[in-house]
Design a protein around this ligand. Structure first.
Ligand code: SF4
Length: 280
C-alpha cells in the first residue's frame, strides 16, 4: 500500500469534530466507550484477564475498543486508517481500532458477525456501519422492530437498537476478511465474556455466516452450556437450541452473511433475512 498524503486530523462526517486516525480513546468520538485510562490488552493472556475482569458491557466494550493483542491486525487496521483509506472517504477520520459491540446492553438477542470491514466499522467505529453489508442488516433490523432507523452510516447518526446487540467473532478488520485461527482464538475471550454478561436474559442469537456460527457454539461450550451433538451444522435457516448452565434455552439461528458477495448475487434476499430475524 503506497503512502499517500491524507488529512490527519480530519473532520468527523456528522459532528465536524477533528480527530486523528486512528482515533485516540476518550477524545470525543461519538459512541467511543473508552477513555485514556482504559486498560489495553497486548497479549492473549491479557485479553483473557481483562475480559474476565470487565464488570459490565460498557467496560467490556471499552476494553475491546483499545485492544492490541494481535500484531498483524493492529498493523492492518492502523495502516488502512492512516494511508489506505478508500478514495471516497479519504477526507474522513478513520476509527482504526477494534469494533466494540453496538446496541442494547440489556439485549435479549445477539447478532454475531464475522469481523469489521476495513472501510466500514474500521472507519466509523460502529458494527456494520458505513458499508453495503450494514445497509442490508440495519434495514432488516428496522423492519423487524429492533433498529430505530433503516440506515446506519456513521457514529453519531442517531441509530439506536432496542432489545438487540451486535457482537463479532473477531473485533479488528482482517486483511481479505480472513482472520487466522490464532487471531480467532485470541479474540474469542471477548465474545466469551459478552455471552457471560448476557446469558441471564438471552433468548436467541443470529449467526451471520459459518465463522460466527462456530464462534457462538465455541463460546457457549466454554461457558458450560449444553450444545447438541453432533455439533449443529451451519446453513441459512439452520437452528439449534443451546442450554445455559442455569437451564435457560437459547435459540441459535444461522443466516448467510450480509456481505455483498451474497446480497448482490441473490444468495441472500431481503425475504430470507427477514424470515430468520423474525425467528429471534
Ligand atoms: S482481533 Fe480481537 S484480540 Fe485481536 S487485537 Fe483485535 S480486539 Fe484484540
Amino acid at each position: 500500500m503506497a503512502p499517500v498524503d491524507l488529512p490527519n486530523p480530519a473532520a468527523h462526517p456528522v459532528t465536524g469534530g477533528l480527530f486523528r486516525s486512528p482515533v485516540p480513546p476518550g477524545t470525543g468520538w461519538p459512541g467511543d466507550p473508552a477513555t485514556a485510562e482504559t486498560p489495553v490488552a497486548r497479549t492473549p493472556a491479557q485479553v483473557r484477564r481483562l475480559a474476565k475482569g470487565a464488570d459490565g458491557i460498557p467496560e467490556l466494550d471499552a476494553r475491546i475498543s483499545v485492544c492490541r493483542a494481535c500484531p498483524r491486525l493492529v498493523a492492518w487496521r492502523e495502516t488502512v486508517a492512516v494511508e489506505g483509506r478508500r478514495a471516497s472517504f479519504a477526507d474522513q477520520p478513520y476509527w482504526g481500532r477494534p469494533g466494540p459491540s453496538f446496541g442494547d446492553p440489556d439485549a435479549e438477542v445477539l447478532v454475531v458477525g464475522l469481523a469489521p470491514a476495513a472501510n466500514g466499522t474500521n472507519r466509523t467505529g460502529r458494527m456494520f456501519t458505513g458499508d453495503r453489508s450494514g445497509d442490508w442488516l440495519y434495514a432488516a433490523l428496522h423492519r423487524g422492530g429492533y433498529a430505530s432507523r433503516p440506515t446506519s452510516v456513521s457514529s453519531g447518526d442517531g441509530q439506536v437498537l432496542r432489545g438487540l446487540r451486535i457482537v463479532a467473532a473477531v473485533r479488528c478488520a482482517p486483511p481479505e476478511n480472513k482472520p487466522t485461527t490464532e487471531e480467532k482464538a485470541t479474540c474469542a475471550a471477548w465474545l466469551d465474556r459478552d455471552l457471560e454478561l448476557s446469558e441471564g436474559r438471552l433468548r436467541s442469537m443470529l449467526a451471520l455466516g459459518s465463522i460466527a456460527w462456530d464462534a457462538a457454539i465455541g463460546a457457549a461450550r466454554r461457558r458450560g452450556w449444553q450444545v447438541p451433538t453432533p455439533k449443529p451444522r451451519f446453513g441459512h435457516g439452520a437452528e439449534a437450541v443451546l442450554t445455559t448452565a442455569s437451564g435457560r434455552r437459547v435459540r441459535l439461528v444461522g443466516s448467510y452473511h450480509v456481505s455483498q458477495q451474497n446480497t448482490f448475487t441473490g444468495k441472500l434476499t431481503e425475504a430470507m433475512l427477514d424470515e430468520v430475524i423474525g425467528r429471534l
